[in-house]
Design a protein around this ligand. Structure first.
Ligand code: SF4
Ligand code: SF4
Length: 351
């Protein structure tokens, strides 16, 4: 099967297809764990034999419904996630058996209190100063708490062996996704940013992780073929852009569409949906407690909700050099101050 470089499916078709596949999987006895953020340890769901699905809102419908309950000036991500869930606009939400959430921003935390009325939901208490020595022990306890929550909700036992298998499997996914992101650095540019985002959104809506790995591998092979044949997605005179701040996925990619329709090309994404969320692996050392290994890795997620953001700036400086970009685009949304790193980055460069 060939994965087309230009996915024409809408986000609604993709989510609807996923819902159909999830219904069939549930009829076969599979269970579904909803996640909402890059701090959700996917490995816990996989080790439970469950299907991890993202419930993060990425489309506008549902926002009006959310505004009946939530403050109108909350960020659209919070309103979309909640509104899609309670309005019935999200075909995935009803299929989740339980949800793992994290205390990141205030908007999310307060919305989760309402969402918990709809589904069993655990909010992991995320330390906000990840570099402090006491952050890791606290986060290890939270990951362990999440393991027990999933065990209780799904009536399963998550064994150490299953955790180690899940770590290896999800690292395989991460390596493939990292490879794909780095293929965007080839010259001539083999794929536009919006096409990359659309394809990744489609591939990331999966039921079977092995099928997901196979699809990622096929996409990598296609990109390699395009690179080998020097197939250009655009002229090499386009300004190369590094994307940071909030992520972009199909359904909330209008800014990326605008940027590329104005003549630039997004060659690298940092942060959620980008390279820095997949290049960091969980330690596979058999001698290490797998819960500790998972906790260490997820605490290294470089979300701007942490303070300070030392590693994030190091990553940004590295990627600016590696991808030889002409500019950095820092996307932020109404109400959200935490994604704004641009002013700090420019003050560092001028300082
Ligand atoms: S930007 Fe931060 S809060 Fe938002 S999904 Fe990513 S890690 Fe979570
Ligand atoms: S975009 Fe900002 S305000 Fe909205 S959920 Fe993410 S971190 Fe919170």
């Amino acid at each position: 099967m060939t994965i087309p470089f230009h996915v024409k499916d809408s986000i609604y078709e993709i989510r609807s297809d996923l819902a159909t596949a999830l219904v069939a999987a549930k009829e076969d006895g599979r269970r579904v764990v909803g996640t909402l953020c890059s701090y959700s340890p996917v490995e816990l769901a996989l080790a439970a034999g469950a299907i991890p699905v993202s419930l993060c809102g990425t489309t506008q419908e549902g926002i009006a419904k959310a505004e009946e309950t939530l403050p109108v000036d909350l960020c659209p991500k919070v309103k979309s996630t909640y509104g899609r869930a309670v309005s019935g606009a999200c075909p995935i939400f009803p299929l989740a058996d339980c949800i793992i959430a994290e205390a990141t921003c205030d908007g999310r935390k307060k919305m989760y209190e309402l969402l918990a009325r709809e589904k069993p939901l655990l909010v992991m208490d995320l330390p906000q100063k990840s570099e402090d020595p006491d952050a890791l022990p606290h986060w290890v306890a939270e990951v362990e708490k999440s393991r027990r929550f999933i065990e209780q909700q799904l009536k399963v036992t998550i064994t150490e062996d299953a955790l180690r298998d899940a770590i290896r499997k999800w690292n395989q996914v991460r390596r493939l996704r990292r490879d794909l992101h780095y293929r965007r650095n080839a010259l001539p540019t083999p794929i536009m940013g919006v096409d990359f985002v659309n394809i990744m959104t489609k591939l990331e809506n999966f039921v079977d992780v092995d099928a997901h790995i196979a699809a990622l591998t096929r996409f990598r092979d296609e990109l390699d073929r395009a690179i080998g044949e020097k197939t250009a997605a655009c002229g090499d005179d386009r300004p190369r852009v590094l994307w940071t701040g909030l992520g972009a996925s199909l359904g909330c990619n209008k800014v990326m569409e605008l940027v590329e329709s104005c003549g630039a090309v997004v060659v690298c994404q940092e942060g959620c949906g980008g390279l820095t969320r997949v290049e960091d692996l969980v330690d596979e050392d058999e001698a290490k407690d797998p819960i500790l290994a998972i906790a260490e890795r997820y605490l290294r997620v470089t979300c701007a909700c942490m303070t300070p953001n030392t590693q994030r700036f190091t990553d940004l400086q590295r990627l600016i050099g590696e991808f030889e970009v002409d500019g950095v685009l820092d996307l932020t949304w109404q109400f959200c101050a935490r994604a704004k790193v641009g002013f700090l980055l420019s003050s560092r460069q001028s300082g």
